[in-house]
Design a protein around this ligand. Structure first.
Ligand SMILES: NC(=O)c1ccc[n+]([C@@H]2O[C@H](COP(=O)([O-])OP(=O)(O)OC[C@H]3O[C@@H](n4cnc5c(N)ncnc54)[C@H](O)[C@@H]3O)[C@@H](O)[C@H]2O)c1
Length: 262
């Protein structure tokens, strides 16, 4: 088992819901964090909430290669190592790929290419860049730890999310690819990769939905409520500590019945 005390986590989306909750849980366990997000002002607010010591922040657009390289270097310059990589920056841009008109039956609206690309850029390319740059530093500085991707129950295929679901399905396969690559190169006994797959979590991403949609969602969750960001963060910490948890996706969804619904 690994100990979080004095371990260093790099968290993108660190001023947002799940990212900030992980930063807090990590620090509560004696760890140090580098939080990264788009806007310095939001990062400063998050830093204030988290407390002055043991936290550094950096504005970073995860779609930019140079930003991700700078983030990984910044973590090592400040804390000497990286133990946990949590590329949690993510967005949704929901909509049906094709929407026919009720009266004519002809297609009235299509998902915009920009709405598709933007989600792929941040949720997939951004994760690739963050992980590639941070793991390079981990290998070069002999670090031990976990790359913890964030998938979703949406990875099983949610209508209205062809863009988002595709990126989250990728988060289920990347742990298998990287674990195999690290194994081949003799790195897998010290660097693991897994994914956490939450159901509906009470963060701005979900709370921004309209009341009716939210009520519909919670009515389907057996525990009768949204998952708390702190509950997701707690599982991510356990996934770090427990080295037997490797190379797979671990769901946390309050008992949702998973599978195709159409
Ligand atoms: N909330 C949920 O129900 C839920 C469920 C499953 C998975 N997830 C995933 O968890 C992760 C965090 O989601 P959340 O609910 O905390 O969302 P959130 O919107 O509260 O936080 C996401 C953060 O990512 C940041 N971000 C967006 N684009 C960025 C970019 N280009 N570079 C750097 N940062 C960027 C945002 O500024 C924001 O602070 C996402 O990957 C999301 O897909 C969320």
């Amino acid at each position: 088992m690994l100990d979080i005390k004095d371990s260093v986590a790099v968290i993108t989306g660190g001023s947002g819901g799940i990212g900030k909750a992980l930063a807090r849980a990590w620090m509560d366990n004696g760890g140090k964090v580098v939080i990264a997000d788009l806007f310095q002002e939001e990062l400063e607010k998050a830093k204030e909430e988290l407390g002055p010591s043991g936290v550094r922040s950096m504005a970073c657009d995860v779609t930019k290669e140079e930003d991700c390289a700078a983030l990984a270097s910044f973590a090592v310059e400040n804390f000497g190592k990286i133990n946990m990589v949590a590329p949690f920056a993510g967005i949704i841009k929901d909509g049906l790929m094709l929407s026919p008109d009720r009266e004519t039956g002809k297609i009235k609206r299509k998902m915009a290419l920009d709405d598709f690309r933007k989600v792929i850029d941040i949720n997939l390319t951004g994760v690739f860049l963050t992980v590639r740059e941070c793991v390079e530093q981990m290998v070069n500085h002999d670090c031990r730890g976990l790359v913890c991707l964030v998938s979703s129950t949406g990875s099983l295929g949610t209508a209205g999310q062809v863009n988002y679901s595709s990126t989250k399905a990728a988060m289920n396969v990347i742990p298998k690819v990287l674990t195999a690559e690290f194994f081949r190169k003799g790195l897998s006994d010290r660097i693991r990769c897994s994914a956490i797959a939450p159901g509906y979590v009470g963060t701005p991403m979900v709370k921004g939905m309209n009341r009716k949609a939210l009520d519909q969602i919670t009515s389907r969750v057996p525990i009768g409520r949204l998952i708390e960001p702190e509950e997701v963060a707690s599982l991510a910490c356990e996934m770090y500590r427990n080295e037997a948890m490797a190379g797979d996706t671990f769901f946390i969804h309050g008992g949702l019945r998973l599978g195709s619904e159409g």
